[in-house]
Design a binder for this molecule. Structure first.
Ligand code: 13P
Length: 241
């Protein structure tokens, strides 16, 4: 597993109960292994876990437990045999005002419960155009990771915000250069190597080309994972290439 790529499906707030039933019937035809992680909405997680699929929450609360109506804690997620949680997705940073500080708190809470963390980082188009991509990524990584006493179990997902849901992706060379930079910063911060995934408009048509990038450790897939058929095509490329 250590050197194998992983493919994470972030289903976001998509699919109804009956659509999830059909989705699971479809994926049951294939033989997925530990390289594949499904992140449906909380309410559907037990359906995936019950079938033995590796799962992740899309978010966790920034509080440990108690009177926080509507929230789900790291401990609750972990107690459901869920292995991963996404933290700091740009949609949470933008629409739910998650600051670097909140993200750091969530990482600490997740690691305490032995959840693996998929930490999302990425720049806006304005930041990219202003040549601030590396500065932004360094700030996001430093504020999230610096001073943590444990790094094992953290995976970084590089998701340029302008590539999410737009059908646009950076060039392979761009992604490779940015991932090299991210890996160097991680090494500076914690002296360790962490997996770095790419996310942003990954689909069944561009995966073969994306998957030739040398230093990428896997993919975080949004829209294309909500179709079992398309997601399966992506997985086949990554697992077999
Ligand atoms: P898309 O694959 O739909 O661009 O979404 C990427 C994403 O945000 C995954 O977390």
């Amino acid at each position: 597993m250590e050197n194998k790529k992983i493919v994470v499906g972030n289903m976001k707030m998509n699919l109804t109960a009956s659509e999830i039933d059909n989705y699971i019937k479809e994926i049951d035809k294939y033989d997925y292994n530990e390289q594949v992680v499904f992140c449906p909405s909380y309410i559907y997680l037990p359906s995936f876990v019950g079938k033995g699929y590796r799962c992740g929450a899309q978010n966790i609360a920034s509080y440990e437990l108690g009177a926080y109506t509507g929230e789900v804690s790291a401990r609750q997620v972990s107690s459901m045999k869920i292995d991963y949680t996404i933290i700091g997705h740009s949609e949470r940073r933008n629409y739910f005002n998650e600051t670097d500080e909140i993200i750091r708190t969530k990482i600490t809470l997740a690691l305490k419960e032995n959840l693996k963390v998929i930490l999302c980082i990425g720049e806006t188009l304005e930041q990219r155009d202003a040549l601030k991509t590396y500065e932004v990524l360094k700030r996001q990584l430093t504020s999230a990771l610096k001073g943590l006493d444990k790094f094992q179990g953290i995976i970084i997902a590089y998701e340029p915000i302008w590539a999410i849901g737009t059908g646009k992706t950076p060039t392979n060379q761009d992604i490779e250069d940015t991932i090299s930079f991210i890996k160097k910063i991680i090494n500076d911060i914690c002296g360790q190597e962490l997996k770095v995934l790419y996310g942003g408009s990954v689909n069944d048509e561009n995966i073969t080309k994306l998957n030739t990038i040398k230093n990428v450790d896997g993919y975080l897939v949004g829209g294309a994972c909500t179709s079992a058929e398309r997601f399966n095509k992506i997985i086949e490329v990554v697992v077999n290439q």
